[in-house]
Design a protein around this ligand. Sequence first.
Ligand SMILES: [Zn+2]
Length: 399
Amino acid sequence: MQLRYNFRLYPTPGQQEQLAKTFGCARVVFNDALRARREAFERGERVSDGELSRQLTEAKKTPERAWLGDVSSVALQQALADLNTAYRNFFQSVTGRRRGAEVRPPRFRSRKDSRQTIRFTKNSRFAVTSGGKLRLPKIGELTVRWSRELPSEPSSVTVIKDAAGRYFASFVLETTDAPLPPSDSEVGIDLGLSTFAVLSDGRTIVSPRFLRQAERRLRKLQKALSRKKKGSANRLKARIRVAKAHARVADTRRDWINKHSTKIIRENQVVFVEDLCIRGLARTRLAKSVHDAGWGMFTRKLEEKASRYGRAFGRIDRFFPSTRLCSACGTQSGRKPLYVREWTCTCGVTHDRDANAAKNILAAGLADKSNACGGDVSPGFARQSPVKQEPAEGTTRCW
Ligand SMILES: [Zn+2]
């Protein structure tokens, strides 16, 4: 399985200049190729990848594009590969062969884009030096803040400049993780509103105060930004402040989510979560809390770590009535408005709303699994479940 390892980079002013040049060249190559593909499309033709690559080589010989020769040719080839991937994702999305959100066709890159990236593959001969620097072709040796060790040799590195003006190196490598020793525990997870998540064993995960504070601060800065006059120097300053606060919230949230997802995967052999219709929810007044809570990232991390460490992970259908069922006797007790935090079933058992839902998610997951695999525990079974129907426009989950 492929993993990404991200580290902060500290290029010198000279290296920053050279990086800016490479970002710029990669952008021009990407845009030239996109234009060529669009023009060919209008003529009813198709340009092959080989043809685009040949056009790039030719362009370097012309006076208008000769400066492309000043930067790493691998970074430019990778810009073509990016375009290729963007088109493939788009075509797979429109033909329904790709799950998830709808993918838009590739658009032109701009120097004003908040994120600039270039990628170097192995054949560009990038290297981590014995002194712990990252050596990039035609850029030099960059200082890296190594927060952990690379477990194996990376196959590529992407250099990113984000909206806050920070630089990162994102390495791709094959994991060599051994599966964790088996565990007897199984868990269902309900993604709550008053808490971040509730586990079927009754434990809750609450988002920490420092994260909520950082998020509040970000919202304040965003409001301040919206009040600034368009095109003014103050607006630019406010925009940078928002980008920095945003980066801080994202980092903090990622760390926190990593910590909790690792703990859950370590402790449990089998993990089920509700497959939330986050896009549907986003249309409601809950939008803010849904996005801030970072559930999407949380469930993706659980899935990724489950497959890394030999655990089973599954998503339960979003229309499963996890809140309505009594987890003790299985009675359907009707729809419950959001304010109902606790309820008592006719069988006499009193439930916490979210903990009951988490127990039902676990039970449904285990039932699904024995149907799908004849009772076998096999990681990755969730992928074999039939493709779920998209809900009608505006449909939201009943809590
Ligand atoms: Zn009951």
